[in-house]
Design a protein around this ligand. Structure first.
Ligand SMILES: *Cc1c(COP(=O)(O)O)cnc(C)c1O
Length: 400
């Protein structure tokens, strides 16, 4: 291979995929892989889903782009469907997750500004969070490894330990505008925030006049077996960022808001050239056609339980490799004892893809359309990978 022309930002595997169908991916040299990563929780309906392909092709032959200078019926339709299915009254479409979080942050600040409190701009977030890679969202995430070398951390973001209500209350001051949290930390290692904690956040926000922002970029659009993960806790936010699954592989995101929270976002306050592009809207609407079909989310819940049970058996069978399985729906994580990268490599050698995360966890996030047979196959491959790694570890142990 010649030297790459690309930025060196990714430690890429040299697997080179050429095509995909359902949960399966095939490399240019004809090797088949069972995709339990869905990109990174993006291909919610698997690869080349016929309904998405048809929707994108039909739109491609009609209209690609006009800009947000004009009425866009695809945006109106997807916006209406998202508000009808959620707490929200208003939607702003973006191209990515970070851009959706940026919109949520700006909307929260503008809400207080419009209500005569321009000094309320502070956003409180939680340790282990991930909200994106822009200058504002690395400050929101607060992780040193993402902030290092990029100048001063953008002001107005404070992190407190997750699940620490005392620290949270202590961090709230007259400048605080909002609290932002992922209902399940994804990049952080599939760490579920207990429902009770989310409910406490809601009541603190109500008592203090703060807005509650949920980052459902990874947890949303059916991933946990509800349309959005916060539904499990029975609380709703004022603002929510979504992306990943809503496009099923087409780049798009959105910021959802209540009428009150969005009130400050008047003409001229915010914008994007590409956000809400007709191609993206056609695919987003097609994803919702499938995810909102009666029984679809119940099937995700059932398959999530099946996969979690089977993975629990694999964890029990390989105590030297795995410590636990955690998560909800088809957003599961395997906590590893050896470096997760070694388990990942063995899984790849067995034709299965997962996604590494923080806390030495491997994320198991197959497309939501995975069948029971494919779940059994995925678990068998993870089991075989763990056995192979155990053998290698005992050989190395014998040598050492
Ligand atoms: C992926 C992700 C983001 C960032 O989304 P991009 O599309 O990569 O900008 C933000 N928050 C969460 C929870 C994510 O999983």
């Amino acid at each position: 291979m010649t030297a790459s022309a690309l930025f060196g930002t990714y430690a890429r595997s040299d697997l080179d995929f050429d095509r995909g169908e359902g949960v399966w991916l095939e490399t240019t040299d004809g090797r088949r892989f069972l995709d339990c990563g869905s990109g990174i929780a993006v291909n919610s309906l698997g690869h080349t889903h016929p309904h998405l392909v048809a929707a994108l092709k039909a739109q491609a032959e009609k209209l690609w782009h006009v800009s947000n200078l004009y009425h866009m019926s695809g945006q109106e339709r997807l916006g209406r469907r998202l508000t009808e299915a959620t707490f929200a009254d208003r939607v702003f479409f973006t191209n990515s997750g970070a851009e959706a979080m940026e919109a949520a942050i700006k909307t929260a600040r503008r809400y207080h500004y419009a209500n005569g409190n321009p000094d309320r701009y502070g956003i409180i977030t939680f340790e282990g969070a991930f909200h994106g890679r822009t200058i504002a969202t690395i400050a929101a995430g607060g992780q040193a490894k993402y902030l290092e070398g990029f100048g001063p951390k953008a002001p107005g973001f404070d992190q407190v330990p997750a699940m620490d209500l005392d620290a949270l209350r202590a961090a709230i001051d007259p400048n605080t505008a909002a609290i932002a949290i992922e209902p399940i930390q994804g990049e952080g290692g599939i760490r579920e925030i207990p429902a009770d904690f989310l409910r406490q956040l809601r009541s603190i926000c109500d008592a203090e006049g703060l807005l509650l922002i949920f980052d459902e970029i990874q947890t949303g659009v059916g991933r946990t077996g509800k349309l959005f993960a916060h539904e499990w806790a029975g609380v709703t936010p004022d603002l929510m960022a979504i992306a990943k699954g809503i496009g099923g592989g087409f780049p798009m995101g959105a910021c959802l808001a209540t009428e009150a929270a969005a009130a400050g976002m008047v003409p001229g306050t915010h914008g994007t050239t590409f956000g809400g592009n007709p191609l993206a809207m056609a695919v987003g609407n097609a994803v919702l056609d499938v995810v909102l079909e009666p029984g679809f989310l119940e099937a995700v819940q059932r398959k999530g339980l099946l996969l979690k049970q089977k993975l629990a058996a694999v964890v029990d069978a390989h105590p030297a490799v795995f410590q636990e399985v955690r998560g909800r729906g088809l957003m599961l994580g395997l906590k590893c004892t050896p470096p997760a990268g070694e388990v990942l490599a063995k899984a790849r050698a067995n034709g299965l893809l997962m996604v590494p995360a923080g806390d030495n966890v491997l994320r198991v996030m197959p497309p939501l359309i995975i069948s029971d047979e494919e779940i059994a196959e995925a678990v068998a491959r993870i089991d075989a990978a763990a056995s192979a790694l155990e053998q290698q570890m005992s050989k190395e142990g014998a040598v050492a």
